[in-house]
Design a protein around this ligand. Structure first.
Ligand code: F0G
Length: 455
């Protein structure tokens, strides 16, 4: 098996090192499961030369701006454009890229009125090449998989990781193996993995079971694991925050709100914020808050019941299948970033998620259910006084509306919460429903429908 080393062929030696998040052990090599050889905890990537060179922050802003005028493949990537703060490549053409990143920051005027927070924005990661934020991490991790000489890459997934991994593996000439929970992910995501040529296994277990199996598999077979346990993934996902701050002209928002599943993305964004502060790119840290579905609330319970000291796992259940995760791998990293940024952690109900998703849809933007927890969570954080009306807030929308059409169609047809006893909730949901109508093909029928919609 090729070793996973930071001085692998094609990688600038000593450009980065692996550090254990618990015992702090530093190494140039990582095991196949990306866990510390001493204590078994997760690794993160650090850059010792940043300190030696007195910080890398000085000219970065203008370098990144200039690269936006370039037509080279590596500069057209909204991830590799920030390569100065990523593990180094020896040559630009080593990157496997689909022009990921470069995602828009939208204002949300209607949601701003609903929440009473006028300065409300959405960073839409669902507009990445495969429709989710995973592409930002995958371009980096897939690149390093190929540099380390692997033929096979693999992941456990609730759908989006597998779609992304399969695409980048195909682009990079590698084979991919997908482990997903049978019947618990959207067909739309599964169809992507199939089309991109992955070997797809629907396992009779949940996501947590798939991930457990993958961690054993990578110790036995020469496959490179591309879950967010892989620290290269998180390095790529950091760039969301770099790009966001650039879009805000380096004025940090007061709050950034993300959905929490396996907790890789919140960890990555938090790491980026701290790095930007340490390098002098921003003067203060936004508060990073994590929102979970009530039925998959391991981090919420970990903080409330164990003060963030040990993981409280749950048997996860939610219609937001992307975050149907009960045993989040990166929980410790997420606790660290919540502490570092003074963010909050909240949970939201299934009805709150559906309502928020329809409200984001009504802005002409749309997202998948897991992304909508951010707006639902914001409403709670406003009510609690944690977010003040005068503050600026960025919601990270992680997945595209088209990722889970069944959820959306069932919502609008009124089939999602059939028999829900809560009248208040039903009224709120009904006002957002736009069910399709089947009509005779006559002008009269269409005009009557128009008139009714006006009422
Ligand atoms: N939103 C979407 C759309 C996701 O697909 C995921 C995770 C999350 C939020 C949560 O992010 O895990 O970094 O906390 N999806 C993974 C997958 C688990 O396999 O696609 P996280």
């Amino acid at each position: 098996m090729p070793p996973l080393t930071s001085s692998a062929p094609g990688v600038r030696p000593k450009a980065y090192r692996f550090r254990c998040i618990t015992c702090g052990d530093l190494s140039d090599q990582a095991r196949q499961d990306f866990r510390c050889a001493h204590c078994g905890d997760l690794l993160e990537i650090t850059y010792p030369h940043w300190k030696e060179s007195g910080g890398a922050g000085r000219d970065l802003k203008s370098t990144w701006r200039e690269r936006r005028l370039s037509q080279s493949a590596i500069d057209l990537s909204g991830v590799w454009r920030f390569r100065d703060l990523l593990p180094g490549l020896e040559s630009d053409d080593q990157a496997i890229t689909l022009r990921e990143g470069n995602t828009p920051l939208y204002e949300l005027p209607q949601c701003a009125r609903i929440t009473g927070v006028p300065r409300l924005f959405a960073k839409h990661q669902g507009l990445n090449p495969t429709g989710s934020f995973k592409d930002a991490g995958m371009t980096v991790a897939a690149t390093f998989a190929r540099l380390a000489g692997f033929r096979w890459v693999a992941c456990a997934s609730t759908g989006n990781t597998s779609a992304s991994m399969a695409a980048y593996a195909a682009r990079g000439g590698m084979r991919s193996l997908v482990l997903v929970p049978d019947g618990k992910i959207s067909w739309s995501k599964l169809s992507q993995a199939l089309d991109y040529g992955a070997v797809t296994c629907q396992l009779r277990t949940d996501f947590d079971g798939c991930l457990r199996l993958l961690q054993e598999l990578v110790l036995r077979a020469p496959v490179y694991q591309l879950n967010s346990i892989n620290p290269f993934r998180l390095e790529g996902q950091k760039t969301l925050a770099f790009e966001l701050l650039e879009q805000l002209d380096w004025q940090p928002p007061d709050h950034i709100i993300v959905p929490g599943g396996n907790l890789g993305n919140s960890s990555a964004i938090g790491k980026a914020l701290v790095e930007m502060r340490d390098l002098g790119l921003i003067s203060r840290l936004p508060k990073l808050s994590v929102i979970q579905a009530e039925g998959a609330n391991a981090l919420v319970r970990t903080l409330r019941e164990a003060s963030g000291k040990k993981l409280v796992s749950v048997q996860a259940e939610t219609r937001a299948t992307a975050i149907r995760i009960g045993n989040p791998a990166s929980w410790k990293k997420a606790v660290h970033v919540l502490e570092a940024t003074h963010g909050a952690c909240e949970q939201v109900t299934e009805v709150e998620i559906a309502q928020a998703k329809a409200e984001i849809g009504a802005e002409g933007i749309g997202c998948e259910p897991a992304s909508a927890v951010t707006l639902a969570g914001l409403k709670k954080l406003v009510k609690q006084g944690f977010v003040k009306p005068g503050e600026s807030v960025v919601l990270v929308l992680t997945g595209n509306l088209l990722k889970d059409p069944d959820f959306t169609i069932n919502f609008h047809r009124g089939e999602l919460f059939k028999g829900t006893p809560d009248e208040e909730a039903s009224a709120a949901l009904n006002s957002l429903r736009r069910p399709p109508v089947v009509l005779d093909a006559t002008l009269d029928a269409v005009i009557r429908t128009l008139e009714q919609a006006e009422k």
